[in-house]
Design a protein around this ligand. Structure first.
Ligand SMILES: Cc1cc2nc3c(=O)[nH]c(=O)nc-3n(C[C@H](O)[C@H](O)[C@H](O)COP(=O)(O)OP(=O)(O)OC[C@H]3O[C@@H](n4cnc5c(N)ncnc54)[C@H](O)[C@@H]3O)c2cc1C
Length: 427
């Protein structure tokens, strides 16, 4: 049984499978880098998101996983002695349209299990009392929102699954997967791994691996680099809470930068969402290197339709502008925190890249896609709040695999029974 990808998702799946298996060494986690969680799983905003932003009809999987993820990570952090700061967030509306959106979020939050104490509507004057430096017309205050370090969480999971006896292969890039009676996974620099079942959780490479196995050919992906600016010390007492704003365009809710309070007390502005050509295009050189293959891959697919969509092109140009210009980026947050001065920001934060899946009509897929084909499972479009939901989604995947009998169950060593979590994910 092999899991491709040692991000927070693949590592969580390996944790549940190795933690339940009779023979944990038969669970193989394969990661291309020399360590796990080197990409999106440590390059994110570090929020344990409350599920008020997710439409329970369109984003059912994300909403369920976020609702369950909060308690699970809180318990995990306590057990491992890792920081879990329940610091809360406010979502601000700058106009009437935004206020309408807040009412919708209230309804979604309640439907997704948040109580009246945990999610409150604030009039303008209430916001002024709670966060005097914030300017807005109204807001939602959610107390059930946390700040953590998902890179550290992934490392703690790795220690656990190693102690269970899981086989961890680092520095092995999956190059090819073939199938006769079993799968044969060939890696670079040159291992050959046999597996009865494969879980493909390779983040920004998931779709390429799926395509190479003849799966999900009707989908393609687009990559967006989320960049951050670190706030100088002088702004550390500006607010107590993280401040998010209602997305300008609900179709693309990941486009608007926030004011972020990190678990270690740092403050940052970000992320924007700059279109780039590959999942590791952190620098200009890497971006240009991915350009030609991405253009060739995209030409017969739905992504081409997105490239010619006027609204998308206009949004993309705003994002590009905020990548080149620090002032343009900080000004987006100044709309609700006017005392920020762009010139005070001198250090960039750590950028991360999200890979959004596009269907054949050129539409962004709203939820996670789990595609099972033969003895393989491919987890596509695993975006925000992916880190928040990694444990519950992994438990659901593990429960499905244990049910097939591909992995024989032995003594349970995990903090949760995967079947119990899987049941909660479906109710
Ligand atoms: C800017 C930004 C901010 C975010 N903020 C938040 C947040 O605050 N809260 C939240 O819940 N979520 C957030 N997210 C989303 C969250 O970070 C992701 O959903 C999550 O980290 C995805 O985890 P993953 O394991 O699927 O992917 P990844 O972390 O990308 O892991 C995939 C792994 O697969 C490996 N891999 C790829 N190809 C191969 C191969 N061929 N062979 C072997 N290994 C391979 C990669 O090296 C990588 O380690 C954010 C995302 C971004 C981009």
């Amino acid at each position: 049984m092999a899991i491709i990808g040692g991000g927070i998702l693949g590592t969580s799946i390996a944790y549940f499978l190795a933690g339940q298996a009779k023979d944990p060494s038969s669970i193989v986690l394969i990661e291309q880098e020399r360590d796990i969680a080197q990409h999106t799983s440590r390059r994110n905003t570090g929020k344990v998101h409350a599920p008020f932003l997710y439409d329970p009809a369109k984003k059912k999987q994300f909403a369920k996983a976020a609702a369950l993820g909060f308690e699970m990570w809180e318990k995990f952090a306590k057990k491992k002695g890792l920081p879990f700061v329940r610091d809360g967030v406010i979502e601000v509306a700058l106009d009437e349209r935004g206020i309408d959106r807040l009412h919708k979020y209230m309804t979604w939050g309640e439907a997704n299990g948040l109580s009246k104490d945990e999610l409150q509507f604030l009039e303008k004057k209430d916001v002024e009392k709670l966060e005097p430096k914030v300017r807005c017309e109204a807001a939602l205050y959610c107390s059930k929102d946390g700040s953590v370090d998902y890179g550290a969480f992934s490392q703690a999971l790795l220690r656990d699954l190693r102690s269970f006896g899981c086989t961890v292969l680092l520095g092995q890039r999956v190059r090819q997967v073939t199938r006769t009676s079993e799968y044969v996974i060939s890696t670079e620099p040159g291992q050959r791994i046999e597996a009865q079942f494969i879980v493909n959780a390779a983040g920004g490479n998931t779709i390429d691996i799926a395509h190479s196995m003849g799966v999900a050919k009707e989908y393609t992906d687009l990559h967006f680099r989320g960049e951050y600016w670190q706030a100088p010390e002088q702004y550390h007492d500006l607010t107590r809470l993280s401040i998010y704003s209602v997305p300008r365009n609900p179709e693309y809710p990941f486009l608007d930068p926030h004011w972020i309070v990190r678990a270690d007390g740092r403050r940052e502005v970000g992320p924007n969402a700059v279109p780039v050509f590959g999942p590791y295009a952190y620098t200009l050189g890497k971006n240009l290197a991915s350009m030609i293959p991405k253009i060739i891959e995209s030409s017969p697919t739905g992504a081409r339709k997105v490239f010619f969509d006027k609204q998308f092109l206009s949004l993309a140009s705003t994002e590009l502008k905020s990548s080149f210009s620090k002032t343009a980026m900080i000004n987006r947050v100044r709309e609700f925190l006017p005392s920020l001065r762009p010139s005070a920001f001198t250090t960039r934060g750590t950028a991360g890249i999200r890979s959004s899946v596009i269907d054949k009509d050129g539409k962004f897929v709203p939820d996670t896609l789990m595609i099972k084909r033969d003895s393989s499972l491919h987890i596509l479009n695993y975006n925000s709040p992916g880190a928040t939901g990694a444990l519950p989604l992994a438990a659901k995947v593990a429960a499905q695999i244990l049910e097939t009998g591909v992995v024989s169950a032995g003594t349970s060593r995990t903090l949760w029974e995967p079947m119990e979590i899987a049941d909660k994910m479906t109710t």
